[in-house]
Design a protein around this ligand. Structure first.
Ligand code: NCD
Length: 329
C-alpha cells in the first residue's frame, strides 16, 4: 500500500515539463522507479494496458539518436498511443528560420506531449516556454539528458539492490557529457561515494562543479590514471563516450579520445558484483572483450530505457493510478 504523499507525487508529474533532473526530489525518483518497475512487469507478462490510447507524442530530433528516439516511440506504441516524428530537425520550418518558441506553440496543437533533442544548451527549455503540453528533454547540447539519468538510476538500483552506500566512478567526458550532468544531479541526493574520473582536459569546469555542491554524497575529482587503484572499491563504473561533436579544437579530441580504455586486465581486482554502465553509443572506451563479461550491464541498461520512458510518458499524461501500480509492492 503506497502512502498518500506517494500519490501526491504521482499527480505532480501530470503536465509537468521534464527538463532537468534538478526538478526531482527523492520521493519523485521513487515514483519514477516504481512506475518503471510496473511497466517492466507488464512488458514481461505481455499485459501492457493501453492507457495512452488516444494520446499522441511528437518526437522532435535535431541531433542523431538511436536509443532515445526509438525507445520513446516504442514506449508510446506499447501503451496504445501514437507518434508523430521529426527525425531530422532540418526538415522542419526551423530551416526557414522559425523560432523554437513558435514551434512550441504550434506543436502543442498537434500532440499531447513533446520529446525533443537539440544541439544547443537550453533549447528545449526555450521550446517549453511556449508549449502548452508537457515537454521532455531528450538532450540539449552538452547540458542535460534527464531521461537517460532516470534509466541509469533504475539500472543501478536493480543491479545493486540499493542506492545508498554505493561507490561509483563516473568516467570519460565529464565536461561535455550531458548524461553525466543529469545523473550527477540525482546521485548527489544519496549518501554515496562518487569519483569523477577524467583526463585533465575533460574535467568539469569549476562553474559546473559548483552546481553540485549542495548534497549528501562525497564527491572526489581524480585523473583516470588514479582509477586503477580504486577499482576494487567500486560498485558501479559508469563509462562515457568522448563527445567528439562538441569539441571546438579537433586536435584536442585526437589527443584525448583514447586516453582511457576499460579492459578486462584493469578489472582484475574488481568486485564480482561490479556493474559496468554506459549510456551508449560506445566507441573505443570499452574493450569489446568486456561485452560478454557478467559485469557488463550496459545492454541491460539500454533495455531499461523502454520501461522508464513508458513510466515518464504515463506520468506526464496523468495516466498512473493505484490500479496500475497493484503489480508492484
Ligand atoms: C547519449 C547522448 O545522446 O547524450 N546517448 C544516449 O542518448 N544514450 C550519450 C552519447 O551520445 O555519448
Amino acid at each position: 500500500m503506497k502512502s498518500a504523499s506517494f500519490f501526491r507525487a504521482v499527480k505532480s508529474f501530470h503536465k509537468r515539463h521534464i527538463l532537468s533532473t534538478d526538478q526531482f526530489s527523492p520521493l519523485d525518483l521513487e515514483v519514477i522507479l516504481k512506475v518503471a518497475e510496473a511497466m517492466e512487469f507488464y512488458m514481461q507478462t505481455h499485459r501492457v494496458p493501453p492507457i495512452l490510447k488516444s494520446n499522441i507524442v511528437s518526437t522532435l530530433f535535431f541531433e542523431p539518436s538511436t536509443r532515445t528516439r526509438l525507445s520513446f516511440e516504442t514506449a508510446m506504441f506499447r501503451l496504445g498511443g501514437q507518434v508523430v516524428t521529426v527525425e531530422q530537425g532540418n526538415s522542419t520550418s526551423a530551416e526557414k528560420g522559425e523560432s523554437l518558441r513558435d514551434m512550441g506553440r504550434i506543436i502543442s496543437n498537434y500532440a499531447d506531449v513533446i520529446v525533443m533533442r537539440h544541439p544547443h544548451v537550453h533549447s528545449v527549455q526555450e521550446l517549453a516556454s511556449t508549449a502548452t503540453v508537457p515537454v521532455i528533454n531528450a538532450g540539449d547540447g552538452s547540458n542535460e539528458h534527464p531521461t537517460q539519468a532516470f534509466q541509469d538510476l533504475y539500472t543501478i538500483y536493480h543491479a545493486q539492490k540499493r542506492l545508498e552506500t554505493i561507490s561509483i566512478a563516473l568516467v570519460g567526458d565529464l565536461k561535455y557529457g550531458r548524461t553525466i550532468h543529469s545523473l550527477l544531479r540525482l546521485l548527489v541526493q544519496y549518501p554515496i561515494k562518487i569519483y569523477l574520473a577524467a583526463h585533465p582536459e575533460l574535467h568539469m569546469t569549476s562553474e559546473q562543479v559548483a552546481q553540485y555542491s549542495n548534497h549528501h554524497a562525497e564527491v572526489q575529482q581524480i585523473d583516470t590514471d588514479e582509477l586503477k587503484a580504486l577499482v576494487p572499491d567500486l560498485d558501479v563504473l559508469y563509462m562515457t563516450r568522448i563527445q567528439k561533436e562538441r569539441f571546438v579544437d579537433p586536435t584536442l579530441y585526437e589527443k584525448v579520445h583514447t586516453s582511457f580504455i576499460l579492459t578486462k586486465a584493469l578489472l582484475e581486482k574488481a568486485k564480482d558484483t561490479l556493474s559496468i554502465l554506459h549510456p551508449l553509443p560506445k566507441v573505443k572506451e570499452i574493450a569489446i572483450e568486456l561485452d560478454d563479461d557478467p559485469r557488463a550491464t550496459y545492454f541491460r541498461q539500454a533495455k531499461n530505457g523502454i520501461y522508464v520512458r513508458m513510466a515518464l510518458l504515463a506520468l506526464s499524461l496523468g495516466r498512473v493510478d493505484e490500479t496500475l501500480l497493484e503489480v508492484v509492492s
